[in-house]
Design a protein around this ligand. Sequence first.
Ligand SMILES: [Zn+2]
Length: 155
Amino acid sequence: MARALDLAKQGDKIKGASPIGCVIVLDGRVVAEGHNEVGLRHDPTAHAEIVAIRQAGAALERDELRGATLYSTLQPCGMCTMASIWSRIDRIVYGVGRDDVHRMYFEDRHLDTMNFIRDAYRKDMPVVAGVMAKECAALSYGPDDEPPIEEQGNI
Ligand SMILES: [Zn+2]
């Protein structure tokens, strides 16, 4: 998670990127990492987790990431949770959760990432929440902040 935080901080300094970081670890080794690059790539799917999942697939030359753990500084959104399920990642570990950040980071008012995992055919996908949550939260807008409209990707 410390590495994911570093990546998030890097993303904060790059125009078109955002301060959300992700690392994928397999067999004790980092196989992919990234930060949000939506503006940089002009790609609304370029969330940190998607960037890392694509990088892991390319690096390992396979489309399944069984055995891997995905670390994200922010609770994965619906798209990234689904991508984790489809890529057969074993475990998700995240920092700050949706209740402790601004709603702009999520696509749905009420549907929580956990609901996707609970309903998935796979029942063996543990999620660990709140790892270095305070440090991760410091990189995001809080629930009561008023971020600029142009930064709010969900409206
Ligand atoms: Zn996402």
